[in-house]
Design a protein around this ligand. Structure first.
Ligand SMILES: [Zn+2]
Length: 163
């Protein structure tokens, strides 16, 4: 077992992820290899990843500089329901007829709404959101409005902002 992580080292790891918005690559070995080079803490990338996975990920609230939105971004995978069906294929401009395009679009919107409705309210952390449209969800308990940005694959939440 390596030397214990210092508070400064822990903060550097967390701040690196925030600064580079790497929430979606937390399980990717490449993220930890890159971070290890950048932070240059004289450790292995496996030790950074292990410390995050086993300690930091379970104690995010201890980092008082993190906003609730950032904490949720760290945990975002937990809030996403399993995908009920395959992701629609990207729309190809020529081969797809207009009615087909509109079907795909409706399906995409429906899918986004499902993801929003699997997301827990940032404030009361009890109720799941009700989708108002494809990019906004509302908490029926505390009435907080959440603006939601999706990744390019239309299925994963990248960012949630309270309105
Ligand atoms: Zn709420």
């Amino acid at each position: 077992m390596g030397r214990p992580f210092t508070t400064r080292e822990r903060e550097l790891i967390i701040k690196y992820i925030v600064r580079h918005r790497e929430y979606q690559r937390l399980t990717s070995a490449n993220l930890w290899k890159e971070m290890n080079i950048q932070l240059n803490l004289n450790r292995t990338w496996e030790s950074l990843r292990g410390h995050y996975k086993h300690v930091l990920a379970h104690n995010l609230e201890a980092f008082e500089f993190l906003t609730p939105e950032q904490i949720q971004s760290f945990k975002y995978k937990r809030y996403i329901a399993p995908t009920p069906r395959a992701v629609p294929k990207p729309l190809s401009s020529t081969a797809v007829s207009s009615s087909r395009t509109s079907d795909e679009r409706i399906k995409q919107i429906q899918q986004k709404r499902e993801v929003i409705e699997a997301t827990v309210c940032l404030r009361c952390k009890q109720n799941k959101l009700v989708a108002i449209n494809e990019n906004e969800g509302n908490c029926i308990k505390c009435n907080l409005k959440h603006e939601i940005t999706f990744e390019a694959n239309e299925k994963e939440i990248k960012e949630i902002q309270i309105k």
